[in-house]
Design a binder for this molecule. Structure first.
Ligand SMILES: [Zn+2]
Length: 510
């Protein structure tokens, strides 16, 4: 810390032109992230590294003893100056969001392309910022599902705070969103709102009746007959004998059976969506949150006609969605490229994007977007960049890759933990990895360990195991330590990897 203070004083940072320092991406000088240097009032702030304790902290330097009394942490005299330091605590996050408003999450509204970069470990966001800041794309740096929060032993507040610190570290003033991802019930929504989520992703996959996709006409009818009479009259009047014409002229019509099937599959879920939406309006006020609806985590793809039914019913109930995540045809498995027929994907995707344009110009949301390189150009083309993409685990895999490259012994422990927990992890993630194709660890030389991050089956194995690694206290601590030490390589890898996604989507460099 002393050398950081010395450096700030030697460079006369309290009065120097900061721009020449802050433009240097990722540069650490005497423990200081130069990009973080900020002056406010009579004080200078910056984010620093403590190599000994392997933690980051924020330092405030001022000529006046009473500068920013709300800054948390230790204060001490340094000649004629006052120095204060604080570790990256929740209190510090509150302070930063108040004094530096760009470190607080904000709405995605009016942003064209938006990109969710889940940061499961909470230390990858500086790289996400570096990946997107030179492109016309708006990041959602805080994005975690309840499943991920449970697995990583983190709270949504931790996730938002980590984004605040990352943005401050990078001196990134372009704004970012915070997505309470895959929320399934009212208490989860309330909790996310309290933690400062600007976006709520409501997951309907458990309340919808997905199995009815494959029911016989008789089964459907039996269930449909339970619906209230007046509701049936409204639905049939709305959907039968009507043509739903999309912007490009494509006309869609409902048969009686398909209308009945839609009712049986989605009615209950849509009532729940209305309930959740009303709560959001009550808490935040209409238009003061981003609302996404997701039905992506089901077995069968969302047919375009079903998409029409869902959005028309939402409109009928007064629910305004900003984005919607259908379950697309083919497979969007974690951490690997798209599995399926690209032509068929494009044919259906085009219709989904027409539906979104026709019924309110909301965004299609692409979940499990990590590494789906073969479909990105198609997605960019048909949405014309008006799209939301979510990636979550891919920065975790880059973390594991860095460990494989620089800390082979630790990698071996992580790999072993992944193998031991694989059967359990399968309860939470749908993947089709074949472990017989994963090379035996004891026969793999240290130099070849990074290859596990190339091979699809081992990628998936490592991808879904994060919770079991993070759940092991000792392993977790060593992982964080190692990533602190190798931060340069770690952030560089993630930055390049995310940029590859952004470029393939067709986003323009600023
Ligand atoms: Zn999803």
């Amino acid at each position: 810390m002393q050398q950081s203070i010395r450096y700030l004083l030697d460079q006369n940072m309290l009065t120097a032109d900061l721009e020449q320092y802050t433009i240097q991406e990722g540069k650490v000088e005497h423990g200081i992230y130069l990009s973080s240097l900020q002056r406010k009032g009579a004080a200078l702030f910056c984010l620093c590294r403590d190599e000994e304790r392997r933690v980051k902290y924020v330092l405030m330097l001022s000529a006046s003893a009473d500068a920013f009394p709300t800054f948390p942490g230790q204060r001490m005299r340094e000649g004629e100056f006052m120095v204060a330091t604080s570790d990256l605590t929740p209190k510090l996050a509150v302070f930063l969001r108040k004094e530096f408003p760009y470190t607080a999450p904000q709405s995605l509204r009016d942003k064209n392309a938006t990109f969710g970069t889940g940061d499961r470990l909470g230390n990858a966001n500086p790289a996400h910022v570096r990946a997107v800041r030179s492109f016309n794309i708006f990041p959602v740096l805080a994005q975690q599902s309840i499943r991920e929060l449970n697995f990583t032993r983190r709270t949504f507040q931790d996730v938002v705070d980590a984004a605040t610190f990352a943005v401050f570290q990078e001196g990134y003033t372009g704004g970012y969103g915070a997505d309470g991802d895959h929320l399934k019930n009212i208490p989860e929504i309330k909790k996310s709102l309290e933690s400062g989520a600007t976006m709520i992703t409501l997951d309907l996959s458990e309340v919808m009746n997905a199995t009815a996709a494959n029911w016989s006409a008789a089964q459907i009818l039996q269930s449909y007959q339970q619906f209230p009479k007046n509701e049936v009259v409204r639905l049939e009047k709305t959907y039968l004998n009507s043509t739903f014409t999309l912007q490009n002229g494509l006309a869609l019509t409902f048969s009686t059976l398909e209308l009945q099937r839609c009712c049986v599959m989605y009615s209950k879920a849509l009532r729940f969506a209305k309930e959740a939406y009303d709560l959001l309006v009550e808490v935040r006020g209409a238009g003061n949150f981003d609302f996404e609806m997701s039905i992506d985590e089901t077995e069968t793809p969302t047919l375009p006609l079903h998409h029409v039914f869902i959005i028309c019913e939402l409109i009928h109930h007064g629910v305004k969605v900003d984005s919607l995540a259908p379950r697309f045809i083919g497979e969007f498995q974690k951490g690997i490229d798209y599995l399926g027929d690209l032509k068929e994907f494009e044919a259906q995707f085009q219709i989904h994007s027409q539906i979104a344009k026709t019924y309110g110009n909301y965004k299609l949301s692409i979940h499990s977007g990590s590494d789906k390189f073969s479909v990105y150009p198609t997605i960019g083309k048909w949405t014309e960049g008006h799209v939301h993409v979510k990636t979550a685990g891919t920065s975790w895999l880059e973390a594991v890759r860095v460990i494989a490259m620089y800390e082979p012994a630790l990698y071996r422990e992580i790999h072993t933990q992944a193998l031991n927990s694989y059967q359990d992890a399968l309860k939470y993630y749908h993947i089709t990895a074949d472990l017989d194709k994963v090379a035996p660890l004891d026969k793999t030389r240290d130099a070849d360990l990074p290859r596990y991050l190339e091979q699809p089956d081992s990628r998936q194995l490592l991808h879904i195991s994060y919770g079991y690694v993070m759940g092991d206290k000792a392993l977790r601590a060593r992982l964080y330590d190692a990533l602190f030490v190798h931060e340069d390589a770690y952030l560089q890898r993630i930055r390049d990897h995310i940029r590859k996604h952004v470029r393939l989507l067709g986003c323009q460099e600023r």
